[in-house]
Design a protein around this ligand. Structure first.
Ligand SMILES: O=C(O)CC[C@@H](O)C(=O)O
Ligand SMILES: [Zn+2]
Length: 465
């Protein structure tokens, strides 16, 4: 059952939204969660606004009645940033999913927050352009959520994060005010750029109601190589060797365990040699010379003993097939209730960092399967610990939480991040201090007070006030 919503508040919401204010159990379970499986959804209701004015009025009602609001996009989050587990009102942006404007000269597109990432990618493609922020959940994640977590993904090494593509943002703050931030400008030196405060703030300051997004030129003749390496340090040597001569559009890695899961999941094997680690790298084959250069580097890596086997795509279909080896890892391990870590350090520190963490984790979880993969070209590793089938979920998470502290001590030692791209949400909230100083956290709380004085916007995420 939905938990109780004050009668007066429900009446106002129903007056405003009609049957777009939902109080049934099925809606609670659908809209009140993301992809994390830790907290049960328990919202008081679900609101589906269609306009900016409706979002403003919802925020006003929340302030009047002391309601807490949780934004909901594609619900693909992995840190419980969009989970309503404590009687909150969910504000789902599914009905605000229109592409509002496109300017060819500016190469800019203005969208509502509920536009799905893939919808934007396809729109850009139709215009002969490219929206480069991409990840496995692009088919369901929404732009508003991507902005909330500053989503990264598989092309960050070349194109950066969501932040790098947002030139304008309209937001409704916790006071119900509408702010029009940066207005699509490339240059704007007029003081604090609040746009960047809202990007990555996980809806704790306000909700995005419109975004202007830059587009890039379409990449040409993308080519991928999947290479098998004898060890993790060799993966980094391969990265260095290719990066010296070629502008890579991606450099991903995954362990043999990740490979085993994805093959079991039905993805085709790239070659027969079994290797402890694999990497997938991609580049634009703009000329024949670049293709020859890539082959020459590949051969040098083999001679050096850094590569044991490899394959290079010869068609778009093969490119897509190779990418599946990496992109389908997350879904292939999902049935094993993984405990997720999404950590990063500067690229040069990656080998020592991974070795330190691996030692701690292997010692602490001798019986658990540990799966490493991620966006190693930008220093971001996904460390997934899989639950043994016979261990109850609660015991498994309790054990993992204990070891997290040691993992995050290492993250802190290396000046890394406890969340590279998935956000803090509720899962990483207890560990924020390992990446941000007490002074920084105090400033964050003060900023929240400015935009959301009554703490109505996604409370209990990032930090408690
Ligand atoms: O499931 C994960 O841990 C990572 C998900 C996603 O960020 C990816 O890179 O595939
Ligand atoms: Zn990722």
């Amino acid at each position: 059952m939905m938990t109780a919503l004050a009668h007066a508040a429900l009446e106002q919401l129903t007056d405003l939204l009609g049957n777009r204010c939902l109080t049934d159990q099925e809606s609670a379970e659908r809209y009140g969660v993301d992809w994390t499986k830790v907290w049960a959804p328990a919202p008081c209701a679900v609101a589906l606004p269609e306009t900016t004015e409706e979002v403003q009025q919802i925020v006003e009602i929340a302030n009047e009645h002391g309601l807490h609001l949780v934004p909901s996009g594609g619900r693909t989050g992995l840190s419980a940033g969009a989970v309503a587990a404590n009687n909150e009102l969910v504000v789902a942006f599914d009905r605000m999913n229109t592409i509002l404007d496109f300017n060819e000269f500016d190469r800019a597109v203005t969208v509502q927050p509920g536009v799905i990432t893939q919808q934007l990618q396809e729109f850009a493609e139709q215009k002969g352009l490219f929206y480069p922020v991409d990840f496995a959940s692009a088919g369901s994640s929404q732009i508003g959520g991507n902005i909330g977590t500053n989503a990264g993904g598989i092309k960050v090494i070349r194109y950066g994060m969501t932040r790098d593509w947002i030139t304008g943002l309209k937001v409704v703050t916790g006071k119900g005010e509408l702010l029009d931030l940066n207005k699509g400008l490339i240059k704007n030196a007029t003081g604090y750029d609040f746009r960047h405060l809202f990007i990555g703030s996980e809806g704790t300051l306000g909700f995005v109601v419109e975004a202007t997004v830059k587009l890039a030129r379409e990449p040409k003749d993308l080519t991928a190589l999947v290479l098998g390496a004898p060890g993790f340090r060799e993966v980094m040597k391969i990265l260095h060797a290719f990066q010296q001569d070629i502008d890579l559009t991606a450099f991903e890695f995954f362990s043999d365990k990740a490979m085993a899961h994805v093959l079991e999941h039905g993805v085709a094997k790239p070659f027969d040699t079994e290797c402890p680690f694999y990497c997938l790298l991609e580049f634009e084959q703009l000329s024949e010379q670049i293709g020859d250069q890539a082959m020459a580097i590949f051969e040098r890596c083999v001679e050096e003993g850094w590569v044991l086997d490899g394959v290079m795509s010869q068609s778009l279909q093969q490119l897509d097939q190779l990418w599946q080896l990496r992109e389908r890892i997350s879904e292939s391990i999902a049935p094993h209730t993984p405990y997720k870590n999404d950590i990063s350090v500067t690229v040069s520190k990656v080998p020592d960092f991974v070795e330190d963490i691996d030692t701690v984790v292997q010692d602490a979880y001798p019986d658990f399967e540990i799966v490493w993969f991620g966006h190693i070209g930008d220093g971001n590793m996904h460390l997934n610990i899989l639950k043994p089938a016979d261990l109850p979920k609660e015991d498994f998470f309790a054990k993992c939480n204990n070891v997290s502290k040691w993992v995050f001590e290492i993250v802190q030692k290396y000046n890394g991040s406890i969340s590279a791209e998935h956000g803090v949400g509720m899962t990483k909230k207890p560990y924020l201090e390992y990446s941000r100083s007490p002074e920084e956290i105090a400033c964050m709380k003060a900023v929240k007070q400015v935009f959301d004085p009554n703490n109505v916007m996604n409370p209990g995420k990032l930090f408690d006030v």
